[in-house]
Design a protein around this ligand. Structure first.
Ligand SMILES: [Fe+2]
Ligand SMILES: [Fe+2]
Length: 174
């Protein structure tokens, strides 16, 4: 009888390879300014991939981006720099997890997806430099543009990969 492939990503997530990412996601970064991404409402419109581990990380990514926008709107450069630094580390770890999974499953769209990740990280780093040196009031729209790009990435690249994983691991047994 044909057997459904197991879900190696589940054990990958539990194995500790993502321990660093979990620490970043649960960091108590409230700091002396009493402000962090936990004070941002959980976004309800984050695109779903159907892979719970990815979806949880995507919500955290969007929350960090929303918190960054709020810090920039409030012209709080110190908080904005702290948030963008955490966002950068979190995003890098999340992309590494996704890329590990894509390679693990032999996903055909891996290279194109990785190039998109690299472009997004580059854009985040460009924004970090601007947050450090420019008038913060000019930057909320730049952060919003990145959030829109990330959202679109989840809607297209990540959803396509999610569908591939679901078909492979949860599809009907033939
Ligand atoms: Fe993602
Ligand atoms: Fe992705």
């Amino acid at each position: 009888m044909p057997r459904r492939p197991s879900s190696p990503h589940r054990s990958l997530w539990r194995s500790g390879s993502n321990a660093r990412l979990e620490r970043l996601a649960t960091a108590r970064g409230r700091g002396r300014h009493g402000y962090n991404e936990k004070m941002v409402e959980t976004p309800t419109d984050t695109p779903h991939t159907g892979v719970p581990e990815l979806d949880g990380e995507h919500v955290m990514q969007i929350r960090l981006l929303l918190a960054l926008e709020k810090a920039l709107e409030g012209a709080n450069r110190t908080v904005a720099l702290e948030l963008i630094s955490r966002l950068d580390k979190f995003t890098e770890s999340h992309f590494e997890s996704e890329q590990t999974l894509m390679r693990l499953y032999g996903y055909r769209g891996t290279e194109e997806h990785e190039r998109e990740h690299a472009r997004l990280l580059e854009e985040l780093r460009r924004l970090t430099k601007r947050v450090a040196s420019e008038d913060t009031k000019a930057l909320p729209s730049a952060a919003a543009a990145i959030r829109s790009w990330v959202n679109n990435h989840m809607q297209t690249f990540d959803r396509a990969f999610g569908a591939f994983v679901r078909e492979l691991t949860q599809g009907p047994i033939g």
